[in-house]
Design a protein around this ligand. Structure first.
Ligand SMILES: Cc1ncc(COP(=O)(O)O)c(C=O)c1O
Length: 356
């Protein structure tokens, strides 16, 4: 990891002398409704599975995923979080020049630099509410062998219409597009979650950690053409997904109603947040289609680092976005929580922003 991640709950809790569960974590984009409770019992009763090696490439889980996505098992690659695959791609494709649609998740750049490649950015603009200008993006693609694009995007929450993306990706068949759909599971409208992996030059990334609130299990996957998948498999280490994570994945994939209900409840909380924030004049909330949202601080006396520190004194952790390329110390991100916690955050934001 070259440039670092955002809020790390355990480290911050240690630094402040608090137990991690005493901090309300708005900084990581995980489902606030927790994992299905039966998961604990299931894993406990299967604990002895750790006596055997896991399948080298999670083949059984891969088959289950292919049934869900209506594709061939040879199109699925299961990884130790989608992070493993993000780092695998630039190595597998020996990418020399990569274009990253930003501001976005910092690990894409880290992964490319790690593999010895070079990075260019295409920045979505504040004046366009961070919606990438696709005709302008198209003018920048030639000369790059990889393009990373996150949809819905972290940290802006913007969702680009899949059909518009499809048109762009189709025009550049020699370029490999990595479409990070990690947060698409939180998007309610089915058409917006429409897959793009049927294009031969797209690798779609997914994560089970966020939607099922199990980021500690490290479980993600990609879907792409069999050809691209074979290329990645050549560079992938065996046994990166442990036995319990594979079992948990198979179990969680059966919990469809958990996903639907979480989506509905999160959308309701997002609406509540949107309405309540409109009453805080020193904050601008960017419209988001997923489970987290980006804020701009309009009060010039307060920056995101100060706000983060003030909120930590109240046991709340937000994501200071000042280290995202293309953002500044005016921006922070929160993942929606349950109502009571959202209300606590809103009260604290009013107090800090309106008193400073
Ligand atoms: C956009 C995006 N992609 C990928 C990841 C990594 O997901 P995983 O936990 O599956 O490795 C994250 C984690 O925060 C993310 O925000």
């Amino acid at each position: 990891m070259l440039t670092g991640h955002g809020g790390n709950l355990s480290e911050i809790a240690r630094e402040f002398g608090l137990a991690p569960d005493k901090i309300i974590d708005f900084s990581s984009n995980v489902n606030p409704f927790d994992y299905p409770p039966e998961l604990e019992q299931y894993l406990a009763s299967n604990l002895n599975a750790i006596r055997r090696f896991p399948e080298t490439n999670s083949q059984y889980l891969g088959r289950k995923l292919s049934e869900i996505h209506n594709c061939a098992p040879e199109q699925i690659l299961v990884g130790n979080g989608s992070t493993e695959i993000i780092y695998l791609i630039p190595r597998a494709f020996s990418a020399k020049w990569t274009l990253i649609v930003a501001p976005t998740y910092a690990d894409y750049a880290d992964a490319v630099l790690f593999a010895g490649g070079r990075v260019d950015y295409f920045f979505a603009k504040r004046q366009q509410a961070f919606q990438p200008d696709l005709p302008e993006l198209e003018k920048r693609i030639d000369g790059h062998d990889l393009v990373f694009l996150c949809n819905p995007n972290n940290p802006t929450g913007r969702l680009l219409e899949p059909e518009l993306l499809r048109k762009v990706m189709r025009r550049f068949p020699a370029v490999t597009f990595v479409l990070d759909a990690t947060y698409s599971e939180f998007v309610g409208v089915q058409t917006s979650r429409q897959a793009l992996f049927d294009l031969g030059n797209v690798i779609e990334l997914h994560s089970l950690g966020k939607i099922f609130a199990v980021p500690g299990l490290r479980l993600g996957y990609s879907i792409c053409s069999g050809e691209l998948n074979r290329r990645m498999l050549k560079y992938k280490e065996p046994w990166t997904v442990n036995t319990l994570a594979q079992l948990a994945g198979e179990f969680l994939l059966r919990k469809k109603s958990w996903v639907t209900e979480s989506r509905r409840a999160i959308a309701e909380e997002m609406d509540f947040l949107r309405k309540s924030v409109s009453e805080i004049s020193s904050l601008h909330l960017f419209d988001s289609q997923t489970n987290f949202c980006l804020f701009e601080i309009l009060n010039p006396e307060v920056d995101a680092t100060f706000l983060k520190d003030m909120l930590l004194q109240k046991n709340m952790l937000i994501r200071d976005c000042s280290n995202f390329a293309g953002l500044s110390d005016r921006f922070f991100r929160i993942a929606v929580q349950k109502r009571e916690k959202n209300q606590m955050l809103l009260a604290a934001l009013r107090e800090i922003l309106e008193e400073n």
